[in-house]
Ligand binder design. Structure first.
Ligand code: TZP
Ligand code: MG
Length: 225
């Protein structure tokens, strides 16, 4: 049986956001030391060979910290590196097709921006949803609306009694993480399982500290639930 995944602090990589002179793998390693619990390799500029190389080396680091590795978009890369999971956008490979292609037990997550996305994700049998964008972000050119904490909370209601995990994404930082976690608790009491973050960690000269602050915030939130 697949182990339960801790989604508390879900790092989405952002190689292009690294501070000058900061090495990508050093940044990932420090982020893991700071308490990242899931790593998604998201590569928008690398060619296939480079993506594969980055994914393999990131996997080695993840294994060292016993943290699952998720690959954004690319099933072929996920298969090649035996990743723990894939993350799919609304215009990527359909979940039903991905399930057929990937080994049993592979984690599949989907980006959701509205209730229809969440309902579809539930019926397709995903393992988790990434909900956003909760706040504005400069990391990604958004093609769907920013939904705010209330919007995330409304989507979390859809997950009641499904057992599906949920993280929010988009503009989450150490400074607003607690507000994000509290503000998104749905009227039925369904809270986030964690936060997904790119720039606050990847763009930091001290990713260990950035990750530690976020992880401590999520832990404090979960303890008082
Ligand atoms: N999907 C929705 S917002 C976003 C993605 C990949 C980017 C989030 O980046 P940041 O830097 O944490 O705002
Ligand atoms: Mg995608």
């Amino acid at each position: 049986m697949r182990r339960e995944i801790d989604f508390s602090l879900y790092l989405v990589t952002g190689r292009e956001l690294l501070p000058p002179g900061k090495d990508y793998f050093e940044s990932i390693q420090e982020s893991l030391e700071g308490g990242v619990t899931v790593v998604q390799v998201r590569e928008k500029t690398a060619d296939t060979a480079e993506f594969l190389d980055i994914a393999l080396k990131t996997k080695e680091l993840c294994q060292k910290y016993d943290v699952p590795l998720i690959i954004n978009d690319r099933l072929d890369i996920a298969l090649a590196v035996k990743a723990d999971g894939v993350h799919l956008g609304q215009t990527d490979m359909p979940v039903s097709v991905a399930r057929q292609l990937l080994p049993a037990g592979t984690i599949i997550g989907v980006s959701c921006n509205n209730a229809d996305h969440v309902k579809n994700a539930i019926s397709e049998g995903v393992d988790y949803v990434g909900i956003g964008a909760v706040w504005g972000t400069a990391t990604k050119k958004l093609t769907s609306p920013i939904i705010g904490v209330r919007g995330v909370g409304a989507l979390l209601r859809e997950l009641d009694n499904t057992g599906l995990k949920a993280v929010a994404i988009g503009g989450i930082k150490g400074a607003n993480a607690l507000r994000t976690l509290h503000g998104t608790v749905s009227t039925t009491g369904h809270g986030l399982d964690g936060v997904a973050v790119v720039s606050d960690i990847a763009g930091s000269t001290k990713p260990r500290d950035a990750a530690r602050t976020l992880r401590d915030t999520v832990s404090a939130f979960k303890e008082q639930l």
